[in-house]
Every structure is written in structure tokens, then in C-alpha cells.
Design a protein around this ligand. Structure first.
Ligand code: UDP
Ligand code: GLC
Length: 384
């Protein structure tokens, strides 16, 4: 009997919106769907995606949890009061499950105390780099203390996330690095579809660079906009993604930057889309431009699986995915001029670039195969 046929897991995630951690959770929860529940701390389109895959889901609270990435200790304590009913609810539900699987930081806070109250094991999937550039000291201290004290296993989405966790005081002995998994078939798009999408975008004769990410300052959309201004005239960019967590001021700045640089005809914002493999396949190059170290970087792997050349910011998880000169390009984060040079090379040397993309397709298929990754998760869970 496979372990997922009997293991009962209560997954917890704070978000109602589908960010990378949530999309990763869909693939992890799917094999357990007969006996699992995904408890969310907010309602939204993530719930629909889970339901579409027949994964049981329940919204556990409709009240916003007021702890932000930059919260102080005092603010954290004040919110604990507000969290108590949710903790008790989770502890009660957890009694029907074998383990609690916390997929985000707020889920860790709730899940850790609930695991203590319900005497259930706790697993924490660490999707973040717990460094000062991403989190306040209070948030890092709380996350590390709870994970060290209550988690039986921590699954880190990259070596970079694991290293940062240890550097922040985390116990290395309970951490296992397991990358996100992908079904490579979903990224094989036929050429007819690609051609019609390029027509629909009215960019048939252009060199299209795709940027696929929620709009947020650390995702560095502004870096690509600046680089476009220094790139050959046929280069245009599509920005796919929305501000998921209230970054409206940044969105405004991006539009201002585009008009200041007079790039209106070379840049399109497409908003949040569900046809990522199709859109990536319609690109000539995919750019990843995070200015702070990316914990993993799903979009990098997805572009590789679409057989597209990728240029990524040289930090964090990206370094574990891209081997420069072999299966893609790495550039210094936040250096638009350097990015523009790589873009120019890709425009001028398409045969060299397509060779890198072919290598990228092969390496991504073998390294990030969802079936193998799910086996690694199952094995890790069965050991605790
Ligand atoms: N994504 C999407 N629609 C969009 C923009 C992004 O479905 O409009 C997906 C993208 O394909 C990727 C995920 O959102 O799977 C983002 O994950 P990533 O690890 O790159 O970054 P995160 O936002 O989690 O930090
Ligand atoms: C987080 C990280 C991202 C990672 C994703 C899946 O959202 O920001 O880098 O790819 O989780 O692990």
C-alpha cells in the first residue's frame, strides 16, 4: 500500500490567492485528496483551483490576519488575541488527521500551536528566504522559534531557503530540500496555438520578452522596463501577473516609468492569466528579474519546460535551476544594462540561444518531474 492511500493530512495556507506556494501545494495535496483537507485563512480563486482538482477545501476564517512581513513584536502579540479562535478551530479539526502541513508563515504560527494542542505532528513547507531583505526580525524570530520547537520536518523549496533558515537560527537537522514539481506535458503547446496567440497580442513580427510574476517591487518589473529602453527596437515585453498583495503604488510607478521612457508601444501589461504555458510559448525569451534573492522561482522552470531561453537574476533558488552558458543566462540582480546586453545577444544569436533552450528543456524535465518530487515528499513524510 502507498503511504498516501492512508495518510490523513490537514494542509494549512493563509492565502486565498494563487501565488507560487499555493500552486505548489495543489500538486502536493493531489495524491492525498481522498483523505486530506486544505484549510485556508482567506477565500479566493485558490479555492476554485483546488476544487477543480477535487481536493477538499475549507475556508477556516473570513477575518484578515493583520500580521505583515514587516510587523513588530508588539503588533505580533496584539494579533495573537485575534488568532486564538482560529487556533482552537484548527486544533479541533486536526484531531481527525495524522499531521498538520503548514504551507505559509501564518499557517506555521496557527499550525504550530494547534499541533501542540491536538498532539499532531507538524510539517512546515518553507517557501521563503528568511533574510532581512524579505522579513522583519520579529517575523524571522517567531518563524524560526516555532519551526525549531514544533516541526518534525521542514521541507525547504531550495538550498537557498534552507541556508537562510539555518543562518536565522533554524535547526538544519530537520530540513530536507525538495524542489517544486511540474507536469511537463502541460507545457507542450502546439505551434498553431502559439501563432494565433502572437497574432492576438499583435506582436507577430516582434521579439517578445515575457515577464511572469505578480507585480511587486522585489520581483523587479522596473528592471526589465529599464532594460527594454537599452535593447534593439524590435524588442517588446509582456508583463503577465497582477498585484496580489496590495502593491498598487508600485503598479502606478511602473506605468509612469513606461510613459517617461516613451515605451508605450513596446510594453504590454496583461494582468493575471491562467494560460501561462501558452503565453510563455509565444515568447522569444523569458526574463526573471527579482531584486531580492528568489526562494525558488517557479516561472524559471516553467519557461524551461516551454523550451524557451531564460535569463534569471543571479541569486537564491535561481542559481540551483540555471547553469549559465549551459541551459540559460544569469545576470546580476538589479542591473538593467547587463540584462539589456543578454537580450541583445539573444536577438542577434538565435541559434546559440535555442541550443541553451533545448538543454533547459531536458534538464527541467528530469530535475523537476512532479511524479518524482511527489515520491520525495511521500518518502519524507513517511519517515517522521
Ligand atoms: N502565475 C500565474 N498567472 C500569472 C502570473 C503568474 O498563474 O498571471 C504563476 C506562475 O506561472 C508561477 C506562479 O504564479 O507558477 C508564481 O510562482 P513563482 O515561484 O515564480 O513566484 P511567487 O509569486 O510564488 O513568489
Ligand atoms: C514562494 C517563493 C517562490 C517559490 C514559491 C514555490 O512563493 O516566493 O520563489 O517558487 O514559493 O515554492
Amino acid at each position: 500500500m502507498y503511504v498516501y492511500e492512508y495518510m490523513r493530512i490537514l494542509f494549512l495556507d493563509q492565502s486565498g490567492k494563487p501565488g507560487g506556494a499555493e500552486l505548489c501545494l495543489i500538486d502536493i495535496a493531489k495524491p492525498y485528496r481522498q483523505n486530506c483537507l486544505v484549510g485556508l485563512f482567506a477565500d479566493g480563486s485558490f479555492r476554485d483551483l483546488l476544487e477543480k482538482k477535487q481536493i477538499p477545501v475549507k475556508i477556516l476564517t473570513n477575518q484578515a490576519i493583520e500580521v505583515r512581513k514587516e510587523s513588530s513584536f508588539k503588533q505580533g502579540l496584539a494579533s495573537l488575541n485575534q488568532l486564538l479562535p482560529l487556533i482552537i478551530k484548527v486544533a479541533n479539526i486536526a484531531r481527525d488527521y495524522d499531521l498538520i502541513y503548514a504551507n505559509t508563515q501564518k499557517a506555521l504560527v496557527i499550525g504550530a500551536i494547534a499541533s501542540f494542542l491536538s498532539r499532531r505532528k507538524l510539517v512546515y513547507h518553507l517557501h521563503d528566504i528568511l533574510s532581512p531583505e524579505h522579513f522583519s526580525k520579529t517575523n524571522r524570530t517567531i518563524a524560526v522559534a516555532l519551526a525549531n520547537r514544533f516541526a518534525k520536518l521542514i521541507i525547504a523549496n531550495s538550498q537557498a531557503s534552507k541556508n537562510a533558515f539555518i543562518e536565522a537560527g533554524g535547526r538544519g537537522d530537520i530540513v530536507e530540500v525538495i524542489y517544486n514539481g511540474f507536469d511537463s506535458k502541460s507545457y507542450q503547446i502546439n505551434q498553431v496555438e502559439v501563432k494565433s496567440l502572437r497574432q492576438e497580442l499583435q506582436l507577430e513580427d516582434k521579439f517578445i520578452i515575457g515577464h511572469f510574476s505578480r507585480l511587486s517591487p522585489w520581483k523587479g518589473q522596473h528592471v526589465l522596463i529599464e532594460a527594454i529602453a537599452h535593447s534593439p527596437a524590435e524588442v517588446t515585453a509582456i508583463f503577465v501577473g497582477d498585484a496580489l498583495f496590495g502593491e498598487q503604488e508600485y503598479v502606478k510607478q511602473l506605468h509612469e516609468q513606461v510613459s517617461k521612457l516613451k515605451l508605450e508601444n513596446r510594453i504590454k501589461f496583461l494582468g493575471f492569466r491562467s494560460d501561462i504555458p501558452q503565453l510563455m510559448s509565444a515568447c522569444n525569451l523569458v526574463a526573471h528579474t527579482s531584486t531580492a534573492a528568489e526562494p525558488f522561482g517557479r516561472v524559471i522552470v516553467e519557461a524551461m519546460l516551454c523550451g524557451k531561453p531564460v535569463v534569471a537574476a543571479n541569486a537564491g533558488g535561481a542559481i540551483e535551476i540555471v547553469e549559465p552558458g549551459v541551459n540559460g543566462f544569469l545576470v546580476t540582480p538589479n542591473k538593467p544594462q547587463e540584462l539589456a546586453q543578454v537580450i541583445t545577444t539573444c536577438v542577434k544569436e538565435p541559434s546559440k540561444t535555442s541550443m541553451l533552450a533545448e538543454n533547459a528543456l531536458c534538464s527541467a524535465r528530469s530535475k523537476f518531474d512532479v511524479a518524482i518530487i511527489n515520491q520525495q515528499i511521500t518518502q519524507a513524510l513517511s519517515k517522521i
